[in-house]
Design a protein around this ligand. Structure first.
Ligand code: AHG
Ligand code: MN
Ligand code: MN
Length: 317
């Protein structure tokens, strides 16, 4: 089954399907650009520009953002917010949908040919002014997903009928269904965290990870393995397929007291996909989808994955 058949099977909202199809076409273009990287001028040189958050923007971050805007402005979307834009873009029309995106997730992996991706979240405007529409809670999402530009180009998507995995058929330029109604295994013995920041962790994170590391001899009475790709989309893909827990907690570094990842275009879309696949996503205290949004670029701690393991982590809060 192709993506368009899936969308017509589960959604009667034509505009929503058109937006998702546009995002898929944008992702096909981004994926081809990455495969033919010499098209991206100077991608391997260090760029000088910074985004609104002070992160270095690489040419591919900007190219991906431009491709998304090109496709979305021809779609039934009234506004667009992204990691690479300071505010939101007002397309100046009366359509009922808004889109959030992390155009290129995993920037630090671009130069080393490791999987990177595009994350998106779609909400209704709900007759709000755009300023208000872009600070709705994650629980208002109508659809979310992410594309991974890896050995295969894949798409994890939810439109509220479970989470489905698609892969790009490069000859037909179409995404075909690999698996629908994905269920994340409840338990796991694999965790993902950047352990280089251990000295900045709070006691909840430290104790939880210590227990995992103590293995069979410790309170968990089993051995754990560790994986950290450094691209949220790649770590999340692994967790959808074989379970696991991902942690990017708040820590004591100045910039990351509220975590590093961004709520509206990283944590919310991932949390919606995770919950649709029967996993859990939390900031430690609250479910991610219930968090109040104050501004588009707000950061949030993000812990998600196998439900039993996320509950185990929450015991320390
Ligand atoms: P982005 O490239 O969009 O800025 O996101 C990178 C994120 C995420 O993909 C990853 O999980 C995390 O940053 C890695 O952070 P560290 O470099 O601190 O490990
Ligand atoms: Mn990102
Ligand atoms: Mn990014």
């Amino acid at each position: 089954m192709y993506l368009n058949n899936y969308l017509s099977k589960y959604s009667n909202e034509n505009d929503l399907s058109l937006i998702i199809t546009s995002l898929a076409n944008a992702a096909i273009e981004i994926s081809k650009t990455i495969r033919n990287i010499k098209k991206v001028n100077n991608n391997f040189s260090t760029s000088k520009t910074l985004n609104q958050d002070g992160d270095v923007q690489k040419p591919l971050d900007i190219t991906a953002d431009e491709v998304l805007i090109d496709f979305l402005k021809k779609s039934p979307v009234s506004g667009y917010a992204s990691e690479e834009q300071e505010g939101f873009i007002d397309f100046k029309n009366n359509y009922n949908f808004i889109v959030f995106a992390d155009p290129l997730d995993g920037s630090s992996n671009i130069d080393v040919n490791v999987s990177i991706g595009t994350i998106f979240s779609i909400m209704n405007k709900n007759e709000l002014a755009l300023e208000k529409a872009f600070i709705q809670k994650g629980s208002n999402q109508k659809a979310s997903g992410f594309f991974v530009y890896g050995p295969q180009t894949t798409l994890f998507i939810t439109i509220g009928h479970g989470t489905a995995l698609f892969a790009l058929d490069e000859l037909k330029n179409q995404f075909y269904l690999i698996k629908e109604k994905i269920i994340i295994p409840k338990s796991t013995s694999e965790f993902a965290i950047n352990a280089a920041y251990q000295r900045f962790w709070n006691s909840a994170t430290s104790k939880y990870i210590q227990n995992c590391q103590d293995g069979e001899e410790g309170p968990r009475k089993k051995n754990f393995g560790m994986r950290w790709v450094g691209s949220l989309v790649a770590d999340a893909s692994r967790i959808f397929i074989r379970g696991g827990i991902f942690l990017y907690p708040a820590d004591n570094r100045k910039k990351y007291k509220e975590g590093r990842l961004r709520l509206t275009y990283e944590a919310n879309p991932i949390a919606f996909l995770i919950e649709e696949a029967k996993g859990k996503a939390t900031d430690g205290n609250e479910s991610i989808l219930n968090l109040e949004v104050r501004e588009i670029h707000q950061r949030s701690p993000l812990i998600f994955g196998s439900s039993e393991e996320v509950l185990e982590f929450k015991k320390f809060y």
